[in-house]
Write a protein that binds this ligand. Structure first.
Ligand SMILES: Cc1cc2nc3c(=O)[nH]c(=O)nc-3n(C[C@H](O)[C@H](O)[C@H](O)COP(=O)(O)OP(=O)(O)OC[C@H]3O[C@@H](n4cnc5c(N)ncnc54)[C@H](O)[C@@H]3O)c2cc1C
Length: 404
């Protein structure tokens, strides 16, 4: 080969690898996973730690503290743990995720989250390779080309738990050994890090003291100023918090006597997402359960309605328009409405770090004088999404807290 030909050959090889990996987000995400997490390390830390929030990130950080016999407690605002992970077991003959539902990246990520070596996963999963999807713009209902679904699956081969949920996964593999350390109904209202020790005040005026604090509340809670800081957050930090897109939204889960709908109906929206989808997709279930997931500015029209019942009626009316009244004819009247966008301890749905500037993400991750640290899905440094990002941020931030 001449030198020029060799060069051309290498350029072509490089381009083909780059282009094909661009079209495989999941493979890229898998490559970004850390080789080891805080679960594989040991720590000697004699101080006391308070974790604020018992969602995926807070529970993951707690697991590391528990395994290293470090003194800690978790202050959780609500009366349950899991945060944006929640399941229902009464509506259908299979458990339903009311919050996070899909595993967006390669299944191997599950081993990383629970600290298991190797690439054999224990969980039974359903590949989310949909076959029959439609697009709906309010007037036209059109079948999508199968090539589009195939491309999406190649780009992002998502999966779902077969007989289980994201909540179960985190409950069994992360929360199990730390849930006894949660103080429920303890919304934190003030964090004072002026002195050597950090003081954390809860709504009932109780004051908790620790050497270091890990704050894992959602970006929506941080934006709402529900928690005040002394000294105040820097302008730079406030701007970084406010720059993060955190759409309002909800999940409505409805039960029907028969299945008249396809795998998914993608609705046209200006921002965020709106889609009806078969929640029982390949679940080997008898129940016909259709979900409506809405985020972004199309949420506003629903929020203007007077009640939850009106929101359900509006969803049924939209389906009737597409399916010639089939929805109202077969709706059992049973539903669950999980309104994450207006839940005071969530105030939104999810963030997508790839939409944000790296400089803003970096600022969000900076501790407050090495006394108050941040974790949560938006603090993930491994470019994952959703639950994996939240859990990994818990491991990463607690490592920083214990070693800096
Ligand atoms: C409808 C919906 C669908 C989703 N779908 C997916 C999906 O398919 N796949 C995926 O991977 N991800 C999905 N996500 C995102 C995923 O749920 C989140 O990324 C992840 O659960 C965030 O975990 P976290 O610990 O960062 O935050 P959170 O789960 O929000 O946990 C924060 C905790 O802090 C508590 N808290 C709040 N304020 C205070 C306070 N003042 N004092 C004390 N405690 C406080 C909260 O009650 C909560 O328990 C979805 C989210 C939603 C809402």
């Amino acid at each position: 080969m001449t030198i020029r030909f060799k060069l051309l050959f290498f350029v072509l090889c490089f381009l083909s690898v780059t282009i094909s990996s661009c079209f495989k987000w999941a493979a890229r995400a898998e490559n970004k996973l850390p080789k080891e997490t805080a679960l594989q390390k040991t720590y000697n830390y004699n101080g006391k730690v308070i974790i604020v929030g018992a969602g995926a990130a807070g529970l993951a950080a707690a697991k590391v503290l528990e395994e290293n016999n470090i003194d800690y407690k978790i202050l959780e605002a609500s009366d349950r743990y899991g945060g944006r992970l929640k399941k229902n077991t009464t509506l259908a003959d299979f458990p339903i995720d009311l919050g996070a539902e899909w595993i967006h990246s390669a299944p191997i990520v599950l081993n990383k989250l629970k600290g298991k070596a190797g690439d054999q996963i224990d969980e039974s999963l359903i590949p989310y390779h949909v076959e029959e999807t439609y697009s709906w713009d309010g007037q036209n209902y059109e079948k999508d080309a199968q090539a589009q679904n195939d491309f999406m699956y190649k780009f992002m081969p998502e999966s779902k738990f077969k007989n289980s949920t994201w909540y179960d996964f985190v409950n069994e593999n992360i929360a199990a050994t730390v849930k006894h350390k949660i103080e429920f109904n303890s919304p934190v209202t003030e964090i004072n890090y002026l002195d050597n020790k950090v003081q954390v005040k809860t709504k009932n005026e109780a004051i908790h003291t620790a050497d270091k604090v890990l704050l894992t509340v959602s970006i929506g809670v941080l934006k709402s100023n529900h928690i005040t800081f002394t000294p105040d957050l820097s302008m730079e930090k406030k701007e970084a918090i406010n720059s993060i897109i955190f759409h309002p939204g909800f999940k409505l889960v409805m039960k029907f006597k028969e299945k008249f709908y396809p795998d998914a109906i993608n609705c046209e929206v200006e921002t965020g997402e709106k889609g009806f989808y078969d929640i029982a997709f390949k679940k080997e279930a008898q129940s016909n359960i259709l979900g409506l997931l809405v985020t972004g500015n199309s949420t506003e029209a629903y929020y203007k309605l007077e009640s939850e019942e009106e929101i359900v009626q509006s969803a049924i009316a939209e389906l009737d328009l597409i399916f010639d009244d089939k929805a109202s004819e077969t709706f059992t009247g049973e539903y669950i409405f999980e309104n994450w966008g207006q839940h005071q301890f969530t105030m939104g749905t999810w963030t997508q770090a790839f939409q944000q500037k790296n400089s803003e993400l970096k600022i969000l991750n900076q501790s407050l004088e090495k006394k108050v640290y941040f974790a949560g899905e938006i603090n993930d440094v491994y470019q994952q999404m959703g639950v994996p990002g939240a859990v990994l941020s818990g491991y990463h931030s607690i490592d920083k807290l214990l070693t800096e």
